[in-house]
Design a protein around this ligand. Structure first.
Ligand code: AP5
Ligand code: MG
Length: 212
């Protein structure tokens, strides 16, 4: 079962992907995490990517598609795509790529969230540099270490309120049209992301159980 998880910044794609990966033994590909790893490697490509991603803009389709194709072709496991496709051109490329590999996308789930919730959620997010775990910190907390692996917790440079607002604009302009692309294929479903992570997960699993 290959799944695409869509949703605006902070909708909970990464949080739900981690749960789905465990439950269904899927290979989780977060294109945001892939790009952040490239930046952390301090490669020339990473430096170019940092300038784009830190501003909240999208990495060009051609580059993103070639990066993704390499990852997809190295796994036999079913995949959960988190943060890809983000444009209609990427959705078309993904269909072509999967077809060439004799695979297909089984379900596309959009996690919905009111925009009024986005900035608050994202400003309390910390991510582990080592294991990539996503955490929500409380108003008085200042945790610096991942409770799971002891890795350093950090705040993403694109998580300032100004950048988040820009990411939302980019999402509306470039990514929302992908919804119509998938709605036409009958593979599209929506889940209310404005519930506890456990409730969201239950709803996501209910959608997926109908596919199996
Ligand atoms: P990416 O890393 O994908 O960022 P995003 O899409 O903006 O989404 P986020 O990761 O911010 O949110 P999320 O939905 O994963 O939420 P999370 O689970 O963390 O992309 C970053 C950048 O990379 C892009 O802007 C672009 O520059 C580039 N990029 C990536 N893919 C690309 C592509 N395909 N093409 C071109 N460029 C690309 O949750 C957020 C917070 O809320 C966490 O603190 C979490 O603990 C908390 N939370 C989660 N669920 C709940 C809940 N139900 N209730 C309360 N809190 C919750
Ligand atoms: Mg994410």
């Amino acid at each position: 079962m290959n799944i695409v998880l869509m949703g605006c910044p902070g909708a909970g794609k990464g949080t739900q992907s981690a749960k789905l990966q465990d439950k269904y033994q899927l290979h989780h590909i977060s294109t945001g995490d892939v790009l952040r790893k490239e930046i952390a490697s301090e490669s020339t490509l990473g430096k170019q990517i940092a300038q784009i991603i830190d501003q909240g803009n999208l990495v060009p389709d051609k580059l993103m598609i070639s990066i993704l194709e390499k990852i997809v072709s190295t796994t036999d496991k079913d995949i959960i795509f988190d943060g890809f496709p983000r444009t209609v051109a990427q959705a078309e490329a993904l269909d072509g790529m999967m077809q060439r590999l004799g695979r297909n996308i089984d379900k596309v789930i959009m996690i919905t969230l009111p925009e009024s919730e986005v900035v608050g959620r994202i400003s309390s997010r910390r991510q582990c540099r080592k294991c990539e775990k996503i955490l929500q910190i409380g108003p008085d907390e200042s945790e610096k270490v991942c409770p799971e692996c002891g890795g350093e917790l950090y705040t993403r440079p694109d998580d300032t309120p100004e950048r988040v607002k820009h990411r939302l604009e980019v999402y509306h302009q470039d990514t929302l049209p992908v919804k119509n692309y998938y709605a036409a294929s009958g593979k599209y479903a929506e889940v209310n992301g404005n519930q506890t992570p456990e409730q969201v997960f239950e709803d996501v699993c209910n959608v997926l159980e109908k596919v199996k």
